[in-house]
Design a protein around this ligand. Structure first.
Ligand code: NAP
Length: 271
């Protein structure tokens, strides 16, 4: 039961705060179950003031008192941060890393002590409970550890357990994905403005169209091409719009974007 666990979030940046904020607002965790560490004292003051969550600028201080250690720093400084907690960890703890590109093997080797580790890849819509987190587990991990991770990330959206070999693709699609969609929303809203709609109206219409389309895919389980065909009447206006998207290479561009981000995700853990 997560209710009996203490969780240390190492790195109080965007994702660290997104998770803490939602875990508290959904009452998945109480504030005295959480502890945060960050190299910036101002971030610690922010967490103490806004969420009444205790913190420290000393990572080992946070790690020592936790049952679950959540690593939420950039992968480029993973070695340094793992070294800072190495002396404070013990085998009963569970370490969960959300660092892009940083493998379970790297994590396990860095920690030295053979303890359970889980790699998690959440995304920013976790902030509103509409996140997606993919989980992969290390050798020392058992079913209970996975349940803890599912409960933790289940509070901020959907979870899915996958083999680690998919993680670069997952990072490129699920973690980076919201950024691609924001760009698409921004561009479509500009289209509405070009056609004379007030900007706020245009943005509302696009956001709702995206929400509706996403739910149609997720809930009807129809192939997106079938759903697209339902919108596209012969000699209607949608087909003209689609033609422009094909001319601009939208599909190829999106496929290449995911492929390129996956390549970069693979690099990140090696820097
Ligand atoms: N953002 C996303 O959409 C997303 C999605 C999935 C996974 N992730 C992963 O989540 C992790 C965190 O990403 P983020 O966007 O939250 O990054 P972020 O905003 O930069 O947060 C990291 C925090 O850790 C602090 N920090 C730096 N060095 C530290 C140290 N030695 N000890 C303790 N804290 C330290 C940073 O301070 P400074 O700012 O002063 O360096 C910052 O406050 C990354 O590994 C990323 O790959 C991010």
């Amino acid at each position: 039961m997560l209710k009996e666990k203490k969780i240390a979030v190492i790195g109080g940046g965007k994702m660290g705060e997104t998770l803490i904020s939602r875990l508290l607002s959904t009452k998945t965790l109480q504030k005295d179950q959480l502890f945060v560490s960050d190299k910036n004292a101002s971030r610690i003051a922010h967490f103490e003031e806004k969420y009444e969550v205790k913190g420290s600028t000393d990572n080992s201080d946070a790690a020592r008192q936790a049952d679950i250690i959540l690593l939420a720093v950039k992968p480029q400084i993973a070695h340094k941060v793992i070294a800072s907690i190495r002396e404070s960890i013990h085998p009963e703890q569970l370490v969960i890393s959300i660092m892009a590109g940083y493998t379970l093997k790297q994590l396990q080797e860095g920690l030295v002590l053979p303890l359970p580790v889980i790699r998690a890849m959440p995304n920013t819509p976790c902030e509103i409970g509409a996140g997606m987190t993919v989980l992969a587990s290390g050798n020392e991990t058992n079913g209970e550890h996975i349940k803890f991770a599912e409960e933790l990330f289940g509070a901020v959206g959907k979870t899915l357990v996958l083999d680690e070999k998919y993680f670069d693709a997952v990072t490129a699609l699920s973690a980076s994905g919201p950024a691609y969609i924001y760009m698409v929303i921004e561009a479509l809203a500009e289209g509405g403005v070009k056609c004379g709609l007030p900007r706020d109206v245009s943005t509302t219409l696009v956001a709702q169209a995206c929400l509706g389309a996403s739910r149609m895919v997720a809930e009807t389980h129809h192939h997106p091409a079938i759903l697209k065909d339902h919108v596209t009447t012969p000699a209607g206006c949608t087909i003209d719009g689609l033609l422009k998207l094909e001319e601009g290479g939208l599909r190829v561009t999106l496929i290449k974007a995911v492929d390129e981000a996956a390549r970069r995700a693979k690099e990140l853990g090696k820097e």
